[in-house]
Design a protein around this ligand. Structure first.
Ligand code: GUN
Length: 294
């Protein structure tokens, strides 16, 4: 890979290799970490994501069970399933794939997962622990993966100006909370930009690190990036593409081709942040199994 690329696949593979030791230690005590997936409805992207996560569990030797519910499932039915999974001793982690069909309230569902099994880090207890800098909580997988990529690529966050594009609960807000904590691998000055920000370009131009999680195809263009800045692309956007068989293709939130020319470091997309989300999910699940069986 070119020298300024942050290879998410290689770093995720390294993390999974490190986890094999912990999984073997658990197995020696008769414990197989178990992760339950819950998918409601037939959202095509969710099907792909859950499928990839299931495969990663199998490759690491974790147990997984996927519960697929019809789109018409009521919130009460979903909560009943979560209650069963909360009570199941062989299940150490529960992941309810978002987005959930309306009228199911995601906040209610995420709050129903036991915090100790909340390997997504979406329960208010874990969100609160993240804000407080309490490391006993679970951290959301995608921003945790971005931070791990920065640390393992030798990017200094300490004192860095970081712009996080997007204020969602899954990436933007927890990303900002992680980077502004006190600590050598945080200590950043963080600006969150969103749809009501007046001059996003001006904010981005002075950033040492940009985390793009705004959900707009190729939003970050080269003129928005300070030469040498680090650019992390969280986006997954489907756009029309006349040259592909399907008529569409996936692109990130960064105009990769042009931004790559001036960035100090940049994540490819695919092959950057995506594999790290899965690696962090596996890590959280192994940790949940260790904590539950200590
Ligand atoms: N949808 C998009 N990202 C995520 C994630 O990290 N976890 C869950 N549960 N749903 C998602």
């Amino acid at each position: 890979m070119a020298s300024n690329l942050i290879d998410g696949r290689a770093i995720a593979a390294q993390i999974q290799l490190e986890l094999t030791v912990r999984v073997a230690a658990l197995k020696a005590r008769g414990v197989v970490p178990g992760l339950a997936f819950v998918r409601v409805g037939e959202d095509p992207a969710s099907k792909v994501y859950v499928g990839m996560k299931e495969k990663a569990c199998a490759a690491l030797g974790l147990g997984s069970a996927t519960h697929i519910l019809p789109a018409q499932t009521s919130e009460a039915e979903l909560l009943a399933l979560i209650g069963q999974l909360n009570a199941a001793a062989h299940i150490h982690g529960i992941l309810v794939q978002a987005p959930l069909p309306k009228p199911i309230r995601e906040a209610v569902v995420f709050s129903a997962v036991l915090p100790a099994k909340d390997v997504d880090g979406f329960h208010p207890v874990n969100v609160g622990k993240l804000m407080l800098g309490d490391e006993t909580g679970f951290r959301p997988c995608t921003p945790a993966g971005v931070l791990e990529l920065l640390v393992r690529s030798g990017v200094k966050t300490d004192g860095a100006e970081v712009v996080v594009l997007g204020r969602g609960n899954i990436v933007g807000k927890p990303m900002a909370a992680m980077l502004c904590q006190k600590g050598r691998t945080a200590n950043s000055t963080v600006t969150i930009c969103h749809s009501a920000t007046r001059d996003i370009k001006a904010h981005c131009r002075r950033a040492d690190i940009i985390v793009a999680a705004i959900g707009v195809a190729e939003f970050v263009t080269a003129d928005m990036v300070k030469p040498g800045a680090v650019v992390m692309d969280v986006g997954v956007n489907r756009v029309p593409d006349a040259t592909s068989n399907t008529g569409t293709k996936l692109v990130g939130d960064v105009d990769f081709k042009n931004v790559q020319l001036i960035a100090g470091k940049i994540t490819p997309n695919p092959g950057g942040v995506g594999p790290m989300t899965i690696a962090m999910l596996l890590q959280n699940t192994v940790r949940a199994a260790e904590a539950a069986t200590r």
